[in-house]
Design a protein around this ligand. Sequence first.
Ligand code: SAH
Length: 218
Amino acid sequence: MLRFDIITLFPEMFESVLASSILARGIKLKKVQVKLHNLRDFAKNKWRKVDDKPFGGGAGMVMQCQPLFAAVKKIRGSSKKKIPVIYFSPRGEKLTQPLAENFAEKAERIILVCGHYEGVDQRFIDALVTQELSIGDYVLTGGELPAMVLVDAVARLLPGVVGKSESVAEESFSKALDRKKEYPHYTRPEVFQGMKVPDVLLTGNHAAIRKWRMQQTR
Ligand code: SAH
């Protein structure tokens, strides 16, 4: 069982993603657990305000240290092992399949912090974040979608979450395919609007099919 604790200002964004398809299955099978924490619940002011204007000026708001520190402290609680804290940011290390595999193989718990607005106070990152991750070179409105991307990419690698383990073993970026991109797939009918399925796939010759598929990876 791998447990994610997600700190966010918008917990409702996660509902349909966690309630659908393979992620819902992984949660039902208790292979993965996702706990959502609303950052506003940790704000120590009666307006539940969690952000303020940036020092030095400029546009946008910055998420403040106080609720972020309080949330991580509460989630870490009395846990003996130091639970890693991931902050999503365009400045972070790029999320890749080997990183996802590493989390799936080794992690027991992970805390995910979703930024919003301009991001979070750097002192939170310096003091408590163990890893900054980016999901690509573009800017989103918040870290919620990146958190869902990480949970999805990791959860499907946990044994038993995807029905057939072979579907996870041999696919794009996997070791089995030398980290290359996967070959194309076809299903019935054999001819659709004049477009034929490659002959080799209909031969039943497994060695030839294997060879063709390997040639089609890139
Ligand atoms: N001011 C920041 C962008 C803030 S976007 C900058 O220029 O880099 C608001 C929040 O969305 C960020 O704090 C981060 O948590 C999240 N975010 C945006 N794009 C992201 C990406 N490509 N990868 C991971 N997180 C991202």
